[in-house]
Design a protein around this ligand. Structure first.
Ligand SMILES: NC(=O)c1ccc[n+]([C@@H]2O[C@H](COP(=O)([O-])OP(=O)(O)OC[C@H]3O[C@@H](n4cnc5c(N)ncnc54)[C@H](OP(=O)(O)O)[C@@H]3O)[C@@H](O)[C@H]2O)c1
Length: 434
């Protein structure tokens, strides 16, 4: 077995994350090299535009516009794919894996779209594919699930996985401002993308939940098989109800596994979570994840979910693992078992719900609504009537006892068609996690 006194690292993509990785390896070089017992050589980097101004300085000879040249360079041991997207990133990753190298990636989209193919290529050619930075930025949640909690089976994982949504909900709650007003500010501060839809409609969270579900249960749950709802319909009426009743509203990814059937279900929904729960108090751009294992009980992780420095921290932790494995001859890691667990059907998912309706302020409306919910087997726990901003209308807030996801969805559809209900009803989940 050959050990390497110097490990050569290639950084494909020297943007926000790539520059963070470069900067922190340079600034913490002495400590890192002493811990790992090797010299770390930042050998090459690729960019699209050689003339772009960058915060990190490197000799021109180290820069290329061809990331495949780095992936295929026999002198490079570890390739960091920090380009983003799924086309060039896949090509670069596969080329490096086929050459037996270890690839470190922060790319959740790549993993969700091509994960099985990349793991197969790593296995076949004796390298590894690491992706700690793809979920929850600086929080070492991948390592926790893969290594620290390996003794456990996971009946419940839930988390705040999108900093943009958490920032918007936190500010709306604190300041009483509307969703559009806070979104505009989040864009101005760079916390939200120009096209915010991937974040606020829940898809970014869904991709991350898919990765966590795979790590926990060995099964890829495509986002189309999840329930995915975003935060755009949340208003001050919902936030003030939550506050007054001891809850916070968070966009949660929830991954459950039924102990008897083994079926897995993944959903992303704005959820009223009791303020006694740690995650109810995870605010601003922070992420938080609760993992309940059958051996360990509940464990909770909090940290910055994105941004240059937290993401670089996760990438460098993967580089450190890659260095250790390289000097052990790239020995095999325990397989990520693909169990192909079945997915739970909607009718087996139950929970409590919050429903807000704008209704015509006229006699008999409540009776009609109660009649419909009873017919569809949804049992009402409480009803609150509030004045509406719309003249001649009232706002009704219903909470339910334990109900079935399929039944509540049918109820929302039918309520939306009643002539006395104005606009679309708003449905949120009430967390009943113990
Ligand atoms: N930013 C975060 O907070 C964060 C957090 C977690 C995960 N991630 C993930 O990390 C990855 C990188 O994100 P980022 O924010 O660092 O992206 P970024 O700032 O846009 O950087 C991308 C880099 O790739 C280069 N690149 C893009 N297309 C290329 C092409 N066709 N040919 C050659 N080079 C190309 C760019 O070159 P130029 O610089 O010349 O344009 C840039 O250096 C993504 O997968 C992202 O999802 C990001």
């Amino acid at each position: 077995m050959s050990t390497h006194a110097t490990v050569n690292i290639g950084i494909c993509g020297l943007g926000t994350v790539g520059q963070g990785v470069w900067k922190h390896i340079e600034s913490n070089r002495a400590a890192l090299e002493s811990r790992l017992g090797v010299k770390l050589n930042l050998a090459r980097a690729s960019v699209r535009d050689l003339d772009k101004k960058r915060a990190v300085r490197l000799p021109a000879a180290k820069l290329t516009t061809d990331p495949l040249a780095i992936a295929n360079d026999p002198a490079i041991h570890i390739v960091c794919e920090l380009i983003g997207g799924t086309t060039l990133a896949r090509e670069v990753t596969l080329a490096a894996l086929k050459a037996g190298k270890t690839v470190v990636s922060a790319n959740k989209a790549l993993l969700c779209k091509h994960g099985p193919e990349l793991f197969r290529a790593a296995r076949k050619h004796g390298g590894h594919f690491f992706f700690e930075a793809s979920v929850a930025g600086g929080i070492p949640i991948i390592k926790a699930l893969r290594e620290g909690l390996v003794a456990n089976r996971f009946k419940l994982i839930y988390g705040i996985l999108n900093g943009t949504c958490n920032y918007i909900l936190t500010r709306m709650d604190r300041e009483g401002a509307s969703y559009p007003a806070i979104l505009a500010e989040a864009k101005a501060l760079g916390y939200a993308e120009a096209d915010e839809s991937l974040d606020v409609d829940g898809w970014d969270t869904a991709h991350k939940a898919s990765i966590l579900a795979f790590l926990a249960h060995g099964t890829w749950v495509p986002v189309e098989k999840m329930l995915v709802e975003g935060i755009t319909q949340v208003t001050q009426a919902d936030l003030s109800f939550a506050r007054e009743n001891g809850y916070a509203i968070k966009l949660l990814a929830v991954i459950t596994r039924d102990a008897e059937s083994g079926q897995v279900f993944v959903r992303v929904q704005p959820t009223l979570i009791p303020s006694t729960k740690v995650l109810a108090n995870v605010n601003e751009v922070y992420n938080g994840i609760s993992v309940t294992g059958d051996v360990v009980g509940e464990t909770v992780y909090i940290g910055r979910g994105a941004g240059q420095d937290p993401t670089a921290s996760a990438v460098i932790s993967d580089i450190a693992d890659a260095v250790i494995l390289l000097n052990r001859g790239n020995s095999h890691l325990p397989e990520l078992a693909e169990t192909r667990a079945a997915l739970s059907p909607l009718q087996s998912i139950t929970g409590r719900y919050y429903l807000r309706l704008e209704v015509k302020d006229e006699p008999g409306v409540l009776a009609k609504i109660a009649g419909l919910t009873a017919k569809l087997d949804v049992s009402i726990a409480s009803v609150l009537q509030r004045p509406s901003e719309t003249p001649g209308a009232a706002s009704l807030i219903l909470t339910t006892h334990d109900s079935n996801e399929k039944a509540i969805r049918a109820t929302v559809r039918r309520l939306g068609k009643l002539s006395s209900v104005l606009g679309e009803p708003v449905l949120l989940r009430i967390a009943t996690f113990s």
